[in-house]
Design a protein around this ligand. Structure first.
Ligand code: URA
Length: 430
């Protein structure tokens, strides 16, 4: 089609008809170049949210997203490359111990990461709580670092899937983030363009995640695994629980401290369990026969962390800053902690200053929440449930209000739920 009208493309999807490859190409190219205006792109995204994309449309959409920018070439690395991506959760600092752990076991982990938006934190924001740590490095520096240290976590540059950078910002302000095909193509286009040969996806399920129920999480996982395979990136997904926050720390520097505890052989059991489970999947995909629990326990992962921090300009021995304001939250009654609500804790951390409402907002390296209890704990009235950390009074007040409903105390022990709820592997290799 030489000159399709934007209105015709929007109407077609609105009415539930399939778009041609030419129509998708015209739209993505035009929008990335600034020729299709936001209002027409918003209308098409909303039509996709309601009507979905067929398998063919999604394949074309993803391929053209990748083609909108550069692809990193990691083929010169001597080690097998493997990466991990999480769909985002509260207290999800797993990448921090995981990347050096997998590198310590013999793989190269080229992680291009993002910043947090809303109630979920971003890995780059966490790393920038480390004095001196640089998340912007050149491709050449990154490749050298992967050859020497085997681990790197950096910001995706503007050349990587520029179509997604524009579309994601628009989806964020038009209520069109929650579309399974749009999420799948957004995540997978970036991971495929990054040049990794294999990928493990951590698809979060629950109240604190994009995917609230297991069926939609599985659908998203299956679509992403299929896209990975179609682009020759070996991909496996774990479905993992995100009803309560991961670990006890939520907030940038607070989460770095918790990751350091894990690397030192301690830390909360759920963070350790998920780190080891994801590492085991990554090593299996990379064809490496090593026990990640051992590499965590014997300090090899910590050594790799320190080397990675140094390679990116940070000081692994620097003290992390702490927030000037701290306030405890007390139990109003005695009982059992029935629920710690990930969404409420995430929103509280965000209001305290750890997250941003708009892409360009700054974040505090010190603000956040530390939990003193987890689900199933027995507490007495007056016991400390959590501590709020903030840089200034208005943020503390906003965080206090948001934290209000986060912890429910009752009389029943909560139902035990597995952290790893399921696994999705490519057809024929389960
Ligand atoms: N993360 C992404 O990169 N894209 C989405 O669409 C959702 C989460």
């Amino acid at each position: 089609m030489s000159d399709p009208s934007a209105v015709e493309v929007i109407r077609r999807k609105r009415d539930g008809r399939e778009l041609s490859d030419e129509q998708i190409a015209w739209f993505l190219r035009g929008y990335t170049a600034g020729e299709v205006p936001d209002e027409q792109a918003s209308a098409l995204l909303m039509a996709i949210l309601f009507r979905g994309l067929t398998e063919r449309e999604l394949a074309t959409w993803t391929t053209l997203m990748i083609a909108s920018g550069e692809r990193l070439n990691l083929s010169g690395l001597s080690l097998p490359t493997i990466d991990k991506h999480s769909t985002g959760g509260v207290g999800d600092k797993i990448s921090l111990p995981l990347v050096p752990l997998v590198a310590a076991c013999g793989a190269a982990v080229p992680m291009l990461s993002g910043r947090g938006l809303g109630h979920t934190g971003g890995t780059l924001d966490k790393l920038e709580a480390i004095p001196g740590f640089r998340t912007k490095v050149s491709n050449a520096h990154f490749v050298t670092q992967l050859n020497t240290v085997g681990a790197g976590i950096i910001a995706a540059g503007p050349g990587l899937v520029p179509a997604d950078q524009r579309l994601y910002a628009l989806r964020d302000v038009t209520g069109t983030v929650e579309s399974i095909p749009l999420i799948a193509s957004s995540i997978m286009s970036k991971k495929i363009a990054e040049g990794t040969r294999a990928l493990v996806l951590d698809v979060k399920v629950g109240a604190g995640a994009f995917m609230r129920d297991e069926d939609s999480a599985r659908e998203l996982a299956e679509i992403m695994v299929g896209l990975g395979e179609a682009h020759r990136v070996r991909t496996v997904a774990l479905l993992t629980a995100m009803d309560a926050p991961l670990g006890r720390a939520v907030g940038n520097g607070l989460e770095v401290q918790e990751a350091l505890d894990v690397l030192a052989g301690g830390g909360p059991s759920d963070v350790v369990e998920l780190t080891v489970a994801l590492a085991a999947e990554m090593l299996q995909l990379a064809g490496i026969d090593e026990d990640p629990a051992q590499a965590l326990a014997d300090g090899r992962a910590m050594d790799r962390w320190r080397a990675m921090v140094r390679a990116q300009g940070g000081d692994p021995d620097a003290r992390l800053m702490t927030a000037p304001l701290r306030e405890d939250v007390f139990a109003e009654r005695s009982g059992i902690v029935e629920r710690v609500d990930a969404l409420a804790v995430g929103e509280a951390a965000w209001r305290l200053g750890a997250g941003r409402a708009r892409k360009e907002d700054p974040v505090s390296p010190t603000a956040g929440v530390t939990l003193e209890v987890v689900e199933g704990d027995e507490v007495e009235a007056g016991a400390v449930l959590a501590r709020l950390h903030a840089d200034e009074e208005p943020a503390l007040a906003a965080g206090r209000e948001a934290f209000g409903p986060a912890i429910a105390i009752g009389s029943r022990s909560p139902r035990e739920r597995p952290l790893v709820m399921g696994r999705v592997a490519p057809r024929g290799s389960r």
